[in-house]
Write a protein that binds this ligand. Sequence first.
Ligand code: BDP
Length: 322
Amino acid sequence: MTLHRTLLAAALTALLATTAAAQTMKAADVHPAGYPTVVAVDAMGKKLEAATQGRIKFQMFPGSVLGGEKEMIEQTQVGAIQILRTSLGPVGPVVPEVNVFNMPFVFRNVAHMRAVIDGPIGQELLDKISASPARLVGLAWMDGGSRSLYTKKPVRKPEDLKGQKIRMMGNPLFVDTMNAMGGNGIAMGFGEVFTAIQTGVVDGAENNPPSFFSTNHHKAGARFYTQTNHLIIPEILVMSKVAWDKLSPADQALVKKTAREAQMEQRALWDTAVGESTAKLKADGVEFIEMDNKAFFDATAPVRAKYGAQFTELMARIAAVK
Ligand code: BDP
């Protein structure tokens, strides 16, 4: 009897140990299969599966099948999604400290943004996310390039945006940015923008070339792409704190290492995607309007003053990064 009990207890403990160690990680992205972020995170999943002999199983859910970005962030916070690739934009409302990267013209160009995210400031922000009450663990950065404005009517200066409704990501900072740029910012989920442009609910939106092209927003009627480069927002790979806490320290280190490799892999894929999507947009008849964006930079100074007041020191450090 006692022996039976002991054996049973041992068997139970062993069973519990394996259940605790085995994990299926659901990874999510608004972008479709083949998009640089999805390809890089998929590769990360394969590495995790191989390195753990299948103890960690990885399943990718691309194309917003698990919801819009705001909903996916919420699902990650509660542990229904384990790994999420998201723009940093909609993370701002849950971790306000990240808004320093979400400000208009905070980075001089994409190279500057990369130097910042690859360095100590980038790591500090990942750590701030992990330490915040948001129940997210910051794993790595990804590249979201530079966002510019696309509209049905040509825009060359802030005055041309008067009365135009422009879709922005869900964060009051972006609505303020568009209002300062001369238009009317409307917060809306990524998946609703095509119909909104087509039906005239909005007159345009803003994004980087790969997203502009992959969503076909030019086919919904946005034919003019004004090179404002007003937002250079890094994207981020986060893990649910719920899932993170279930990993052994060794697995946590493995997740961090493969995430960091995914960051660099995505960057190479990204540069190719920017070139290809730019060429395809042009071939489809989209007019790229090159102009001096200083008027938009100047117009957004009050937004940097308002949101940047809490980040003065950090912004000076960002500006000092070569
Ligand atoms: C894309 C980002 C994606 C955002 C989307 C948007 O990669 O994460 O959801 O913009 O505008 O560039 O919502």
